[in-house]
Each structure stands twice: as structure tokens, then as C-alpha cells.
Design a protein around this ligand. Structure first.
Ligand code: ADP
Length: 302
């Protein structure tokens, strides 16, 4: 998928005819890379040093759905913290939409394995929380609360939960809580959505339901997604591109394009190309975990 930039503030039109929402009215600089990570190193600790990432390079285009997979402990979560600006690299540079990330970003929505909803707030009030935090909305939330709540309701509808707005999180199942968490991550219409194992704690059926919820939202809104997962089926089902990380210190050792049409549905997982990519990813990560050399490192696999 490719996007063509127009002037700042104009809408971007995608080849498949999807028009971006107002949140994605941004000009692509940097050769079309919405996110660009250049030679990033991250080392934790002063005395007992842990090198989490080393010589890490990655480009992500605007509107792309990218999955990151790799052995446990290879630095996937650290990478997400760097992209949001919650952590700064020890060396190298990260740019989002052409601007160097040097502190927490506003244009990011995040969801984690644990939905982290506030138990004392009802669902609707949890979803509008980002508006109480993000500067440009904070001063308007009192006078325009109904507008923000309407946005939250529309998202609740979109994720199949039209009737839970007045419930507390603890009155919902794990899958429902994760849907609410997705709504909260998206309600302020972020250009970039970061998901760190968001469905990892759910049973297989609920997880697969949520794949479709996320895919449908993405097809409508076309935000840029970086999705960290250890579930290879999930990565192939959801992503346009899958980047594989080495064992720690992590860097990208291979990238796969996923040439499967959307919307992907249950039967997609039985297609030979789907199965081939899953197997190839599994082999590569297994070799990496065993510390063995493998063909395919540092080159595009697909
Ligand atoms: P992953 O998400 O791939 O499992 P992480 O990014 O959580 O990997 O961690 C990468 C490495 O960095 C691991 O060895 C982990 O122990 C270490 N690490 C993560 N966070 C910290 C921290 N705050 N302080 C020290 N080491 C850390």
C-alpha cells in the first residue's frame, strides 16, 4: 500500500480509495516513512548494563499495519516505549512524521495485554480519559463532554459493545475489557496505534473475534499500527508487513510482506500462503532462539 502526500492539513488519499480521517492529516516527510528508526541502541542500567537493542533500523509507512515478532526478551516492549517517547535511545534517532522523538508523543494510542482500565470509572468515562489528558482537548472537555462521549459511543458500537457504557470494567469479561481498551486507545484519533500483546491474555475464540474487530477498525480508519505479538498466526492474520527481531540485543533480521487480501477471515488461516509464512517465521525464530545461523537474516524474505 502506498500513500501520496499533499499539502499539510489536506487529506491523504490511499490507492485503495480509503480517505483518511482528520487525525491522519499529516504530510509525510522523510522519504515516505511515517516512522523511521535509525541505528538505535538502548542499554539499561549503569553498572549492570543490559543491551536491549543494538543497531536497530526500521521504517514504517503511513497507514501501514506492521507486526513485530521475535524471541522473548529480544526488546519488543522496549522498542514500543522508545517509539512513544517514554524512553529515549542511548544512541541513534527515532522520527515520527519527520520530527525527532524526544519526549512522550501526543499522536499515539496504546493498548497492552492488561487492559489497565480505571476500576472506579464507568466504561464511557474510561474511554474519554485521553481527552482529559491530551492538551488540545483538555480545556474543552467540560463544555463539550457530550461531543467526546458521542465519539466514545460510536467506537463502542464499532467494537460490538453498544450497551455497556454505564458498566464498571470489573463487570465486563476480559474480552470486553480489551475492546474497551481499544476504544480508549483510538478515541482521540491517534495517527499511530501501538499494541503490545493486546490479546495475549484472552482465550483463542475471543482473541480471534478481536482480530476481526481490530482489522475492521483499521480498514475504516487507516491509522498506522505497530503490533507486538508472540502469536505468529495473529501476526500473519493482521499485518501487511512482519518484522522479525533477533535475540537480545534486538535488531530486525528479516521482513515479510503478507500478500493476502482483506478482509481476512477465519478461512484465510487455511490458505497455503498463510501457512507458509507462519512456518517460515516459526523456523526463523526457533533458529534465532537456538543461536544458530540462518539464511534470510538481514534481507527481505518475501
Ligand atoms: P520483550 O518485550 O521482547 O520480551 P523487553 O523489551 O521487555 O523484551 O526486554 C528486553 C531486555 O531488556 C530484557 O533482557 C529485559 O530483562 C531488559 N529490560 C527491560 N526493561 C528493563 C529495565 N527497566 N531495566 C533493566 N532491564 C530491562
Amino acid at each position: 500500500m502506498s500513500a501520496s502526500p499533499r499539502s499539510l492539513g489536506s487529506r491523504l488519499q490511499f490507492r485503495r480509495g480509503h480517505e483518511l480521517g482528520p487525525h491522519e492529516r499529516c504530510t509525510m516527510r522523510n522519504g515516505g516513512n511515517f516512522l523511521s528508526i535509525r541505528n538505535v541502541h538502548l542499554t539499561y542500567g549503569r553498572r549492570d548494563k543490559t543491551e536491549a537493542l543494538k543497531e536497530f533500523d526500521l521504517n514504517v509507512s503511513l497507514g501501514e499495519f506492521v507486526a513485530i515478532v521475535g524471541p522473548s526478551g529480544c526488546g519488543k516492549s522496549s522498542l514500543m516505549k522508545l517509539v512513544t517517547g517514554l524512553l529515549l535511545p542511548s544512541q541513534g534517532q527515532i522520527k515520527v512524521n519527520g520530527t525527532v522523538v524526544d519526549g512522550p508523543l501526543k499522536i499515539v494510542g496504546m493498548a497492552f495485554q492488561n487492559p489497565t482500565l480505571l476500576p472506579w470509572r464507568k466504561v464511557l468515562s474510561n474511554i474519554v480519559l485521553p481527552f482529559e489528558i491530551v492538551d488540545e482537548h483538555r480545556h474543552k472537555i467540560r463544555s463539550q463532554r457530550h461531543v467526546y462521549e458521542e465519539k466514545a459511543r460510536r467506537l463502542l458500537n464499532a467494537v460490538g459493545l453498544p450497551e455497556v457504557e454505564n458498566r464498571f470494567p470489573w463487570q465486563l469479561s476480559g474480552g470486553m475489557q480489551q475492546r474497551v481498551s481499544l476504544c480508549r486507545a483510538l478515541v482521540h484519533e491517534p495517527a499511530l496505534l501501538l499494541l503490545d500483546e493486546p490479546f495475549g491474555a484472552l482465550d483463542a475464540f475471543t482473541r480471534e473475534d478481536l482480530w476481526d474487530v481490530l482489522q475492521d477498525l483499521w480498514m475504516k480508519r487507516k491509522f498506522t499500527v505497530i503490533f507486538v505479538t508472540h502469536d505468529l498466526h495473529e501476526a500473519v492474520y493482521l499485518a501487511d508487513k512482519i518484522h522479525v527481531m533477533s535475540r537480545r540485543p534486538g535488531r530486525i533480521i528479516a521482513s515479510y510482506d503478507v500478500p493476502i487480501a482483506r478482509p481476512r477471515r477465519e478461512e484465510t488461516a487455511f490458505e497455503p500462503v498463510f501457512i507458509d509464512i507462519v512456518h517460515s517465521l516459526r523456523r526463523l525464530i526457533k533458529l534465532e532462539m537456538d543461536g544458530r545461523e540462518h539464511a534470510g537474516a538481514t534481507r527481505e524474505v518475501q
